[in-house]
Design a protein around this ligand. Structure first.
Ligand code: ZN
Length: 415
């Protein structure tokens, strides 16, 4: 720890739209522990609780080792003040870096939902993927360029305060911003450099999925390198710095893996229409049935977790096992399906022209296992479940890759 006061702060720019289920979970965890710090340019700025750990560790390492070694002869209280100010300004620099991304994204009409500080730096949560390779490149490059400019600014004003404690802090910030830019330019997804690499491959191949697959793989290689370096460091007396590298590598690997899986899914499901894979022959339930009848006639014989409730042609809602379980057993003979069901107003339905990937994303986001497919009038056309989607993936994989034994290099893939 003592040897590396200028920890590179890993800014991981995560686009929500670029997230697989594993990443959704990570993003959720990050947001759940976030405290609101304020709002800049209309973007809420928050801090995850892990940020306070980083704040403390970094301030301590600066006050205890870095500043005393470089600027000897001051009392401990001065070093502590310097350490705290430097740490706060370091994280302010991270916010400025994220704002660089946000402003570039705004130029392409993409909103930034929030900026969250956490243990490894900051995350700008950008509402969706940039529309073109050029936009992706610009949004990804904006962060490191902003850090580089900020570092340059500190370097230029540094001579004005040379020799003083303030000068020491400014010199540190110049280095740390240059480090922030350099670290984020490492071409491993989901670092900015990885995003820039993805933009270039996207431009060359014309396929965002291909580009994401390749960039995520390089991200995993970089992550493994971080972990290896961390282990080496920990065993050669690096202590906390080694542990920090291992955690950062693990964290990057999770992000890269999520993006990889998500790109695979998008490739498999993006061109499939819901109308082609939904189950059309749906068992529907009459709203006037009692719950007891519904259990005996539908839930027990058909083993589904839920049934659409239909009156004539019209979809009224869905009755699920969960809805039934909410009603005490002794009252199920008296309560009707209509009174216990989840009504249409609280349901998310989907059109048959929607892509299977979109359906998958919605299910993951809402934590549900099935979506009802309706036309514009609200007439029930069918139902699509998670297992329908899995079946569609399996079928496509088997159809597109008839010979699994063949070497990958000779495999041709229809575009
Ligand atoms: Zn960045």
């Amino acid at each position: 720890m003592t040897s590396s006061p200028s920890l590179p702060s890993g800014d991981l720019l995560w686009y929500r739209a670029g997230w697989g289920p594993a990443c959704e979970e990570l993003e959720y965890r990050l947001m759940r522990g976030a405290i609101r710090l304020g709002r800049i340019l209309g973007i809420p700025i928050g801090a995850n609780y892990t940020w306070f750990i980083a704040l403390w560790v970094l301030a301590w390492s600066l006050a205890d080792a870095y500043y005393p070694a470089r600027f000897p002869g001051f009392p401990a209280s001065t070093y502590w003040t310097m350490g705290l100010i430097s740490t706060i300004l370091l994280f302010a620099s991270v916010v400025v870096h994220e704002l660089g991304h946000a402003i570039a994204a705004r130029r392409y009409g993409i909103r930034t939902r929030s900026i969250v500080l956490f243990m490894f730096g900051g995350v700008a949560q950008i509402a969706k993927d940039p529309p073109t390779p050029g936009a992706e490149l610009a949004v990804a490059a904006a962060g490191p360029l902003t850090s580089l400019a900020l570092g340059g600014l500190f370097a230029v004003v540094n001579p004005l305060a040379a020799g003083s404690a303030l000068g020491a802090i400014i010199a540190y910030l110049a280095w740390v911003n240059a480090g922030l830019a350099g670290f984020n330019l490492i071409p491993g997804f989901p670092l900015d450099g990885g995003r820039m690499l993805r933009a270039v491959i996207w431009r060359i191949t014309g396929s965002l999925e291909r580009a994401t697959l390749i960039a995520s793989r390089t991200g995993q290689v970089v992550a493994v390198a971080f972990i290896a370096a961390g282990v080496l460091r920990a065993f050669t007396g690096g202590g906390i710095a080694g542990l920090w590298l291992i955690l950062l590598g693990w964290f990057m690997d999770t992000g890269a893996q999520g993006s990889y899986q998500q790109a695979l899914l998008r490739e498999a499901l993006g061109k499939v229409r819901i109308g082609d894979i939904m189950t059309r022959d749906v068992h529907t339930v009459d709203p006037g049935l009692t719950l007891e009848q519904a259990v005996a006639d539908y839930f027990l014989p058909f083993k589904h977790g839920g049934f659409p409730v239909v009156w004539g042609d019209r979809l009224l809602g869905i009755i699920t096992l969960h809805d039934v379980r909410d009603v005490p057993r002794d009252r199920r003979a008296a309560i009707t399906v209509r009174n216990a069901m989840t009504p249409l107003s609280r349901l998310r339905t989907i059109r048959p022209t929607t892509s299977a990937y979109e359906a998958f994303a919605r299910m993951a986001q809402d934590g549900i296992g099935r979506l009802l497919v309706t036309d514009l009038d609200g007439t029930l056309l069918g139902i699509v479940t998670r297992s329908d989607l899995l079946h569609a993936i399996r079928t496509r994989v088997e159809l597109e890759e008839p010979s699994a034994e063949r070497a990958p290099s000779t495999r041709t893939r229809p575009r």
